[in-house]
Design a protein around this ligand. Structure first.
Ligand code: PHE
Length: 455
């Protein structure tokens, strides 16, 4: 395909919303509150903010400039910028990570649809905590139901991808992101006025540094990576559709601010409500699927209509946040196959969706029907999560920072930051310093820790 024929996002707002849509997802609404709860609240949030600014921001700018300068998918970008070198593997690792993350992420995304259906059919009404635990276990262990949702979720993602960049990704993000933001604000407003909500608010705002240890730092850094969609080329691929006049630094700032704000607002939905009904903040990954429906019932026990509205809105929000992220993972692989292997976009998308349904089925079954079959002591689901987010994303981010900080011609870096002389680009020296030294050292540290060498 000739370079001039490549699709582009139609507007600056569309670009920001599509990129923010990639970043905002289950990572913000499900994982962030649970990590915050496990790591003691406000102090974790402060360290997380530091990671977003020192690591997330510079690596996001790097992914943006690599994508926009190369004008191609992440799998081909490094061959354009550093032809004949082994840097091409950075993009290829990203494509593979995209495949793996999309497969297991869609399983959890599918659960949000099951819970949405339960909320809509008012199945939460009158259930006790134990009923919620039992119903989650029987659902996630059921061999068929989660598979049906997985397929539906991936087909919905597929449908948007096939529509293309401007009509599919941009248009859907423009509708879904503002809706998501409004829903979150409404839910926060409900949650913070519940009786006893103050304790939850205090948990989020009053740092207790006595709980901070190395693990908290490393947890915060890992969360920043996953939540900002960094390390596998999602934002790099999106940036290849950015216009030449787009200010990359400003866009990265906007995406980081939106992503962080939504994560913190999700905390303001979940913790005040959880404290209000006496549920521990460190309930872990089950927080949303077991505890929250319970929280809604108890918090609004005298007001079943409000409990109904609150739960329906919450799961709509979760599904919307998840699909704008799965689109960005799907696009990484689809664009790669489409541009590098001369497949039509539709065929590439069919292939990706088909493979992810196939892999997703194994992930989903590994939580129930095939639980006893493990590899390295992990279920397929856990293995995919481990390999992709704990190995491939940090590795990708590390290599991106080294590539931009050390290998890439500085004229290109500066040119992309200043739009070749039209912008001031005063962030440039700080950016280079962060990419050359701070990011590689910090990420190596997370990486080594996550592999357990330091334990
Ligand atoms: N950032 C997304 C979330 O928070 C997940 C994601 C990771 C998306 C990597 C794209 C790439 O849910």
């Amino acid at each position: 395909m000739a370079k001039t024929d490549r699709p582009n996002f139609g507007s600056k707002l569309g670009i920001i919303l599509a990129s923010a849509g990639s970043a905002v997802g289950l990572g913000n609404i499900w994982r962030f509150p649970y990590e915050t709860g496990n790591h003691g609240g406000a102090a974790f949030i402060l360290i997380y903010l530091g990671c977003v600014i020192l690591l997330g921001l510079p690596i996001m700018i790097s992914e943006f400039l690599i994508g926009r300068r190369s004008q191609t998918n992440t799998g081909g970008a490094y061959s354009v910028l550093a032809p004949g070198t082994q840097w091409k593997w950075v993009g290829r690792i990203g494509v593979l990570a995209g495949f793996l993350i999309l497969s297991y992420y869609s399983v959890v995304a599918g659960w949000t649809l099951e819970y949405l259906l339960q909320a809509v059919t008012n199945s939460f009404a009158g259930k006790s905590t134990n009923d919620f635990i039992a119903s989650f276990q029987s659902f996630s262990g059921n061999p068929w139901r989660p598979l049906v949702w997985l397929v539906i979720f991936l087909l919905a993602t597929h449908f948007i991808i096939v529509k293309g960049v401007e009509k599919g990704i941009e248009k859907s993000s423009k509708m879904m992101m503002p809706a998501l933001f409004i829903l979150i604000l409404i839910l926060v407003a409900y949650s913070v006025v519940l009786p006893g909500a103050e304790k939850g608010i205090e948990f989020l705002l009053k740092p207790d540094f006595s709980k901070v240890n190395g693990e908290v730092f490393l947890g915060a850094m890992g969360q920043a990576f996953f939540s900002l969609s960094l390390g596998m080329g999602s934002l790099c691929t999106y940036a290849s559709y950015f216009g030449k006049n787009m200010n990359l630094t400003k866009t990265a700032f906007s995406v980081c601010i939106i992503d962080t704000m939504i994560a913190i607002l999700a905390g303001f939905i979940i913790f005040p409500a959880a404290f209000s009904v006496g549920i521990q903040p460190d309930a872990g990954p089950s927080l949303i699927f077991i505890t929250l429906p319970n929280v809604f019932q108890q918090a609004f026990s005298g007001m079943p209509a409000l409990a109904f509205v609150f739960s329906v809105m919450f799961y709509v929000l979760l599904a919307v946040a998840a699909i704008t992220s799965t689109i960005s993972m799907h696009e990484v692989v689809t664009a790669y196959l489409h541009e590098q292997f001369n497949m039509t976009r539709k065929r590439a998308a069919n292939f990706v969706t088909g493979c992810c349904i196939f892999l997703g089925i194994f992930c989903s079954l590994s939580l129930g029907a095939t639980k006893e079959y493990t590899l390295f002591g992990m279920s397929t689901f856990d293995l995919f999560d481990f390999v992709s987010t704990k190995i491939m994303l940090p590795l990708g981010g590390l290599l991106v920072s080294i590539f931009t900080g050390w290998a890439l011609d500085k004229k290109i870096v500066k040119g992309e930051i200043t739009n070749y002389g039209t912008l001031k680009g005063s962030i440039y020296p700080y950016l280079i310093f962060l990419l050359k030294y701070i990011a590689p050292v910090a990420i190596s540290f997370i990486f080594i820790n996550e592999l357990g060498f330091l334990k």
